[in-house]
Structures are given as C-alpha cells and as structure tokens.
Design a binder for this molecule. Structure first.
Ligand code: PLP
Length: 397
C-alpha cells in the first residue's frame, strides 16, 4: 500500500501509550494510581446533562448551522467579551466539535508550507504534529522554572524569529507546566507580535480552570484581537471531555474561513450538545463551581506530598489540573537516568503512572533538568495519598 507523504509527518499524543501501559499493568491485577490522565473523573453538572437530554428529546438531533446554533454563538460571544474585555459578536464565533479542531483549522487557514511557527516546548504535542503535517516548520520556544511559576523564555522566543516566521502558538494557561503568563509577559509577547507581524493561536483551553484571581488573555491587549484566534473548549470547565464541544473565536475574516472548513469537515458540531453548553453558560453554577473546589483540594494534597519527597520540587500552579515537578534529584537518587526507565520502574514498583517531559515535544538542546507531568483530574484524594506515599518510599529507598 502506498500512503500520502504527508501522513509520515503526522505526530500523536504519546501520552495515550502511557495510558495503554497503565491499563495493561492494571489488567494483570496490579493497583494503578492514574496521574497520567489529562481527563476528569468528575460528572458533568446535572443541569447541563439534563439540558442535553431535553434537547435530544426535543428533536435537536438533526443538522444545525455549520457555524453552530446562533443562540450559543451569541451567548459565548458575550461571555468571552466580558472575560477578555474585548468586544466579540456571534460573527466572531465558530462552534467546533471540541477544542482540538481549532488547532488544525487555524493552520489550514493561516499557514503556508514552509512558514515557520513558534510553539511551546514542553507543550501540547498536537501543535508540533499539526504544524509539520500541514507543511510548516515547527520552531520551539521554552519555559524557565521560577519560584512560583514557569515563565516563557521570551528572549529565546524572539531570537528564533526569522523572515519566514508567520505564526505563534501561545498556550496560556499551560499544559503541561500549569504556567500562566504575567501581565508583563503578555505585554512583551504583544510587543513581539506587533514588531514581527505575527498571528497567534491563543490556546485558552484552561482559561476557566483556575483557583484564585482571574485569568488574563493576550487578546485584551491593544492590537491583539485583530491578530489572535482563541481556542475555546467546554471540555474542562463543565467536565464534558467526551461530549466534544468547543469553539474558535477570532477576527471575522478568519472565522468565515474556519466555518467553510466546518462545512467541509463535519458539516456541523453535535446539535443537542450545544443546548447543554447554553445551560452551562447561563444556568446554575453550583456544580460547576464544585468541580473547581474538588480540583483545588486535590492540587493542594498532591503538591504538599510531592514537595515532601527528597529530590522533588513542585510549583503550586494556580491554574489547570497539571503539576510539573522537577524530579532531577529524585531520578539521581534512584540511579535511573533515562525518562522512560524512570517512568516504567515507578509504574512497576509503585503503580504510580505519570507522563514525562518526553510526552510534550522533542527535548531541546542543553536541557539538564528532569520533569514529569502529574494530572490530578482523574484521581481521588485517597489514591493521591496512597500513591504518592508509595512514590516517596520508592525514591527515598
Ligand atoms: N489544548 C490543550 C492545551 C489541551 O490540553 C487540550 C486537551 O487536553 C486541548 C487543547 C483539547 O481540548 P478538547 O478535549 O476540548 O479537544
């Protein structure tokens, strides 16, 4: 069989392989502590679920407009306008079957083969995959570990700009580090974007998963709304990962082309799910708030336990449901120098399953610190405690 050349450039989420390994290990009768999952084990709020069921019973089971149900587009535009302090209307919104489709559609509309695209590394691996799949050149930029946050290495970012650089991917708030950009960092990025005439994919999948304060967006800065496309998703805030609903929000001219891609790719997003999303945005927020409270408790428990392990240093991110502990000292103590050896040995000896830095892009030259990613969205507090106690014993010997 002969396949298209481009398919050789398609990457994947290798974190799914970690899931498969953990499942295989569990099926042999072993206890697994699932810190690898970027999914929630929490229920979709009952009022959101009920609205989805009602919409199905009401017959919202046929096609709907390619851009999405008008009422949802309007409500979402108002919601995003308020939280980003930037005026958007329904013409700026294209509903999508999840957050992820915005990534490939953004590159299809904005990137020519040979264009260079700056993307975060460590970062969500689909950026690298989609840039290269569509013929672009993926140029990584990195983060610097601070005391309470990972900061974008803006010097590295700017130094990698060439006349071929057209686009920037900004994931704020970030998977896997939990980092958020400070107002000064956002200003610096806006300055770079204007100076070098860039367009930006603002992946804001975790914008609403924060425990204190309010999230900031690059689009709120002068001149940015015209250059930024927001990836929005209902997956995280409403624990709706399997419902598949999100949106692309940006300049009208770009959104019109994205809607044309919707027509070509899926006709429309799932019709009745959009009524569940309307309830999520406008209805009772009690259970939605409870999701955040539950995640915050898990975060605090996991961070405290990790920082109590010799050779581990873990920042307490204010957002996302990921931790990105520095495990350089811990790996040294176990005598394991290879990421995969460390991960597999920990799984087999303790049942604790996690992803490593390797699952978030090709490591950059000169990296000398080691990190793992632990998600606390799919694991109960009792298991966090039991698992991390075993992990501590494994590392401290
Ligand atoms: N962007 C980031 C940074 C993510 O971590 C994820 C999912 O984990 C997505 C986008 C995709 O979200 P969705 O599941 O809504 O497609």
């Amino acid at each position: 069989m002969k396949f298209a050349d481009r398919i050789n450039r398609l990457g994947t989420e290798t974190a799914f392989a970690v899931s498969a390994e953990a499942t295989a290990f569990a099926s042999q009768g072993n206890k697994v502590y699932p810190f690898h999952l970027g999914d929630l084990n929490l229920k979709t709020p009952a009022n959101v679920l009920a609205a989805g069921i009602k919409a199905m019973q009401d017959g919202r089971t046929n096609y709907c407009p390619n851009a999405g149900v008008a009422q949802l587009r309007e409500i979402l535009a108002d919601d995003i306008s308020a939280s980003r302090k930037t005026p958007y209307s329904m013409e700026n919104v294209a509903i999508q079957p999840g957050g992820k489709p915005t990534i490939s559609k953004f590159f299809l509309v904005m990137m020519n083969p040979g264009d260079e695209v700056l993307y975060p590394n460590p970062g969500y691996p689909i950026y690298e995959s989609q840039i290269e799949f569509h013929g672009g050149i993926a140029i990584p930029y990195s983060y610097i570990e601070g005391k309470n946050n990972f900061d974008i290495d803006t010097d590295m970012l700017e130094s990698r700009i060439t006349p071929k650089t057209r686009l920037l991917v900004l994931n704020d708030l970030q998977n896997p580090t939990g980092a958020e950009c400070s107002p000064a960092e956002l200003e610096k990025i806006a300055e770079i974007v204007l100076k070098h005439d860039l367009y930006v994919l603002c992946d804001e999948a975790y914008f609403d998963i924060r425990y204190e304060g309010t999230s900031n967006s690059l689009v709120s800065l002068p001149g940015m709304a015209e250059r930024c496309v927001i990836l929005h998703t209902f997956s995280k805030k409403f624990a709706m990962t399997g419902w598949r609903l999100g949106a692309t929000i940006g300049p009208k001219e770009i959104i019109e082309l994205i809607i044309k891609l919707n027509v070509n790719e899926e006709s429309c997003s799932n019709h009745f799910v959009q009524y569940a999303a309307i309830e999520g945005l406008t209805g009772d927020q009690t259970e939605t708030q409870q999701i955040l409270a539950t995640l915050k408790d898990r975060r605090d428990l996991a961070v405290d336990l990790l920082n109590d392990i010799e050779g581990i240093r873990c920042i307490r991110p204010n957002a996302t449901f990921y931790l990105y502990p520095n495990v350089t000292g811990a790996m040294k103590k176990t005598g394991l120098t290879d990421y995969d050896d460390f991960r597999r040995t920990a799984l087999h000896e303790t049942g604790v399953s996690f992803c490593t830095r390797l699952h978030f892009g090709r490591p950059l030259e000169g990296e000398d610190q080691y990190y793992i990613r632990m998600a606390y969205s799919g694991i109960e507090p009792a298991e966090i405690k039991e698992g991390l106690d075993k992990f501590k014993a494994f590392i401290e010997g």
